[in-house]
Each structure stands twice: as structure tokens, then as C-alpha cells.
Design a protein around this ligand. Structure first.
Ligand SMILES: O=P(O)(O)OC[C@H]1O[C@H](O)[C@H](O)[C@@H](O)[C@@H]1O
Length: 549
């Protein structure tokens, strides 16, 4: 159904008038005025807790935002996604990552395909394979168990598994060392190959399409490296593939018996739940991988059934929309206060920016509002000692998602209180700030002369009023990780519906791929000067010059 332009809708216009005053609100005042703000603006779901009270909004703002969600059809479109309607319009595909984590036996038939049965058949194969590798009964060519696993993939075939393997580090198998090679830059492969042995390494070539240039080149390099010691007939023990493209896998020379399939209705950035999650299952065991799927399913059920006003992904999406639209926040910083979530911001960059970094509506019209913010971030407390300066006192408003676990998975004394204290202190500082009067009183108490105080006050003042969310879980476990990823997946979906953009394609990555192919041919052959501008020509000539030195 064709949506009207966002700014022309009644609920958007109501929000716009509400925002005239709301933009000037001070978070300090909102907290002072309502001691119940915390219980009112927090929600629990699937083992996660979201506190969105430190945003410049009130109950009326939320009501209007929820009206907008309803007017844009969030509920109808959510339901359409879950039942397998072809909501990926430009590629005419269903969007069924939620089916990958459905319990066994739940009926879901799409285009005559018994989706649930197919998903579980592949999961059974993943289980059988991971059990063997972990038990040490899947042997390399010289009869030794596998010790190193190298996942070769990029984008969705890298970021999800890499992030999850690190996040679940404390569940990892003691013998298996996981490596990830994604970059076409040979330094990436080179570094990994230097650490592993031909006899005991298993390569997973992970690519939905099995045509991605980087992955194909890396896979060829790995194959060549392997054949320096191993024989052709040993390849099957050392190379497996995860893909939707059986033909290309066979052509590459990987035994299709060793291929774990998935389907075109799984988007790359939504694929960690499919066989693309094989490195996760190998690292933590199938049982914990299944628990991660269960955690995501719990969030799916919440998203599918909870009323919008208590629906965590919907609330997170609406708050993000409010900050983007009405506070002009062009970026969103992700601050996991958990070292094992170190790769989570990078994972979210693809999830969010590749999904919603679009400038036209589903109907092909230019959007009339800003869309996806730039997503970036680093773990706290490291981030505090690097760029938090700008977030506290710079000229841009950058909302922050703080993510923390109440209990650690280590038992090192003193660390966890220090970590949580920093996390909570930062969101408090962003919210409250420090007024000029407070700074002046503090400096006066230190006995500084008036002239010095006048000089320092502007520098030491914090404007505050900077929005943040805090997401808490009891511990970072396979279940809470699954729920956390699903939370953000659904948040991205809801925002895409509000903006009426096609969240499940990624045409914006194509142009560079085509040009790179052409330039690579020129680096290896003759330069097609007429095809380029003087800058590009100049750079190509420099690279060619460096080759002959
Ligand atoms: O899994 P593959 O088919 O190799 O794709 C890997 C990645 O590359 C593409 O260019 C897309 O931008 C990503 O969405 C995708 O995840």
C-alpha cells in the first residue's frame, strides 16, 4: 500500500507542534517534576530492561509517537513480515529471519516451502557437524583433530558471527581457536595464515551469494595455501561452505555434502541465526547456539504480541525517531559497557545503516525527513577517555545507547562495580550536565581568584540535557545476546516502516563494486584514461608506478 509522505500525516504534524516546546525541555526539570519518571519510562522484555527516561520526552510525546507508529501501519507490516509476505519489495522476497529461530514444529509455509521443517533440517546438520568438530572426531588429513577455524566472509557473513563469538567468549571451546578473515586486503589473510597449521585448520567459506569478490579471492588464497601441504582429496576435510548458491559452491570445488544452505529470504545482515552462525555453534556448542536462537525468539514473540506502548523494539525505535527528527541528532553512539560486546557497534552499523540508509521511499519518491542516523561507538570505559569529550561539550547532540550486564561472567574483584559506576555516571552526567553556577561555587570553594574563576567557568560548564537509553541484562549469555540482537533488528524494522523505506535491500553498495572491477583490470592492464576524472587517473597511475619499483 502506498504511504502518504511522512510530513503530511496527521500524527507527524501533531508531533511537530508538540516538539516546538518539547525541544526546549530540560531533562533535569523533567526528572524533578515527576519522581515516577523511571518506572513510567522503562520496560522489560525477554531478559532485557530498557530505560528510556533520559530522553527529552514525556508521556504525551510517547502517545503521539505511538499514534504515528499506528498511522504508519507498524502492526500490519510487522504481521506481514512474520507470516512471510514479500515485504522486500525491490527484490520481491520474504523477510524471514524470525523463522530461523522459531521452535521446531511451528507451522510456517511460504510459497509451498515448509520453512520450519527446512530450517530445522539444516540446524540438525549444523548440530551433527559441530558435535563432531568439537568432540575431535572430525579429523584433518593427517588424522589430528581440528584446532583452528577460519571463517572467510564479509558483511553479514562476517560481522554477526564475529561479534557473537566474541560476545560469548566465556562459553568457548578450549581447543578451538576462531579466526575471521573478511578484508580483500591480503594483510588480513596473511595474519591468520601465519597462526594456523595446514593439518588442523578448517575453513568456512561463508557467502550468501558466493559471488562476493573479497570472499572469493580470500577463499582461493586459502585453498592455494592449503594445497601447499594438503592434497586435492583432503579438501573436503578442511573446507566447508555456507551459502544459498549450491552451483557456485560446487564450482569452487567444495563438496556440496559439506555445504550448509540457507535461503534468499534471509538478508545478509540478518543471517547470524542461519548456518552463517556456524562459527558461533562451533565455538560455544550447538546447545548454546540454540539458546541464542531461543533468546531471539523470546524477543520476536514480545515484538509480535506486546501492545505498542509496552513493546521494547517499538519504543526504542520511536525514541530514536524522535531524537533524529526533532532534536536533529544525525548520529547514534553505541556504548557497550561490556568488553565482550566490543564488536557490537560494528555489527549494528551494518544492521541499521545498510537497512535504513536510504533516501527514497518504497514508492521511489525522495523522503521528506532525515532517515537513519550514523551509528558508531566503542566500549565504555575506553570511549570515555577518547571521544566522550565531544559528546559532553561539543556542539552536536549525539544520543547514546548504554548497554550493560548487571553481573559479570568473570570473578575479578572490584572491576564490575567500577564498570557499572562509570556507565551510570556517564548517563547521569549527560542528562544533568553542570551549570555555570555550580562550577562557580566549586571554584570559589577552592579559593581561586575571581578573574581565574571567570576564565574557567565557560570551559568547565556542561550543558547536559543530552539524551541516552540504558539497556540492561542480568548477564551476557547466549539468551540475552540473542534477545539484544533481535531487539535492534526489530527497532530497525519499525523505523523503516515509519520512514516508509525499503529496509531489506542494499543497492547503495553496488556502484563501488562495479567501478572496483574496472579499476582492478586497469591496474593489471591498460589504463582507460577517458573513463575517469583526473584524480582517479592520477591515483591509478601512482599505484601502477609503485608496482614496477
Ligand atoms: O554473503 P555475501 O553474499 O558474500 O554478501 C556479503 C555482504 O556483501 C554485500 O555487498 C552486501 O552489502 C552485504 O549485505 C552482504 O552481507
Amino acid at each position: 500500500m502506498r504511504q502518504p509522505a511522512l510530513t503530511t500525516t496527521a500524527s507527524f504534524q501533531a508531533l511537530e507542534s508538540h516538539a516546538v516546546d518539547a525541544k526546549a525541555w530540560q531533562l533535569r526539570d523533567l526528572f524533578r517534576a515527576d519522581p515516577e519518571r523511571f518506572p513510567k519510562l522503562t520496560v522489560d522484555a525477554a531478559g532485557l530492561f530498557l530505560d528510556y527516561s533520559k530522553n527529552r520526552l514525556d508521556a504525551r510525546t510517547m502517545e503521539l509517537l505511538l499514534d504515528l507508529a499506528r498511522e504508519r501501519g507498524v502492526e500490519t507490516q510487522r504481521d506481514a513480515m512474520f507470516v512471510g509476505d514479500k515485504i522486500n519489495l525491490t527484490e520481491h522476497r520474504s523477510v524471514l529471519h524470525t523463522a530461523l529461530r522459531m521452535p521446531r514444529g511451528k507451522e510456517l509455509v511460504v510459497d509451498g516451502q515448509n520453512v520450519n521443517a527446512d530450517v530445522h533440517a539444516v540446524l540438525d546438520r549444523v548440530k551433527a557437524f559441530t558435535d563432531k568438530v568439537r568432540a575431535g572426531t572430525w579429523l584433518g588429513y593427517s588424522g589430528k583433530p581440528i584446532t583452528d577455524i577460519v571463517n572467510i566472509g564479509i558483511g553479514g557473513s562476517d560481522l554477526g558471527p564475529k561479534m557473537a563469538v566474541l560476545a560469548l567468549r566465556s562459553y568457548a571451546h578450549p581447543r578451538l581457536k576462531m579466526h575471521f578473515v573478511s578484508n580483500v586486503d591480503g594483510h588480513d589473510m596473511d595474519e591468520v595464515l601465519a597462526q594456523v597449521s595446514h593439518e588442523t585448520t578448517l575453513f568456512i567459506v561463508a557467502s550468501k551469494t558466493f559471488t562476493t569478490a573479497e570472499t572469493m579471492l580470500n577463499a582461493q588464497t586459502a585453498r592455494r595455501w592449503f594445497l601447499c601441504e594438503g592434497k586435492e582429496e583432503d579438501l573436503a576435510r578442511h573446507f566447508v561452505a555456507v551459502s544459498t548458491n549450491t552451483e557456485a559452491v560446487a564450482k569452487f570445488g567444495i563438496d556440496v555434502e559439506n555445504m550448509f544452505p540457507f535461503w534468499d529470504w534471509v538478508g545478509g545482515r540478518y543471517s547470524v541465526w542461519s548456518a552463517i552462525g556456524l562459527p558461533v555453534a562451533l565455538a560455544v556448542g550447538f546447545g548454546y547456539f540454540q539458546t541464542m536462537l531461543d533468546g531471539a525468539h523470546a524477543m520476536d514473540e514480545h515484538f509480535r504480541t506486546a501492545p505498542l506502548e509496552q513493546n521494547m523494539p517499538v519504543l526504542l525505535a520511536l525514541v530514536g525517531f524522535w531524537n533524529r527528527q526533532f532534536l536533529g541528532a544525525a548520529s547514534l553512539s553505541i556504548a557497550p559497557y561490556h568488553q565482550d560486546l566490543n564488536r557490537f557497534p560494528a555489527y549494528l552499523q551494518q544492521l541499521d545503516m545498510e537497512s535504513n540508509g536510504k533516501r527514497v521511499t518504497k514508492g521511489g519518491q525522495p523522503v521528506d525527513t532525515p532517515t537513519c542516523p550514523i551509528v558508531w561507538g566503542e566500549c565504555g570505559t575506553n570511549a570515555q577517555h577518547a571521544y566522550f569529550q565531544l559528546l559532553h561539550q561539543g556542539t552536536d547532540i549525539v544520543p547514546i545507547d548504554f548497554i550493560a550486564a548487571l553481573r559479570a561472567t568473570h570473578d575479578l574483584e572490584g572491576h564490575h562495580d567500577a564498570l557499572l559506576a562509570n556507565c551510570f555516571a556517564q548517563s547521569e552526567a549527560f542528562m544533568k550536565g553542570k551549570t555555570a553556577a555550580e562550577v562557580r561555587t566549586e571554584l570559589q570553594a577552592q579559593g581561586l581568584p575571581d578573574a581565574k574563576i571567570d576564565e574557567l567557568v565557560p570551559h568547565k560548564t556542561f550543558p547536559g540535557n543530552r539524551p541516552s537509553n540504558t539497556i540492561l541484562m542480568d548477564q551476557l549469555t547466549p539468551a540475552t545476546l540473542g534477545a539484544l540482537i533481535a531487539l535492534y533488528e526489530h527497532k530497525t524494522f519499525v523505523q523503516g516502516v515509519i520512514w516508509d523505506i525499503a529496509s531489506f535491500d542494499q543497492w547503495g553498495v553496488e556502484l563501488g563494486k562495479v567501478l572496483a572491477k574496472k579499476i582492478q583490470a586497469e591496474l593489471e592492464g591498460d589504463v582507460d584514461q577517458a573513463a575517469h576524472d583526473s584524480s582517479t587517473n592520477g591515483l591509478i597511475v601512482m599505484a601502477k608506478g609503485a608496482k614496477v619499483q
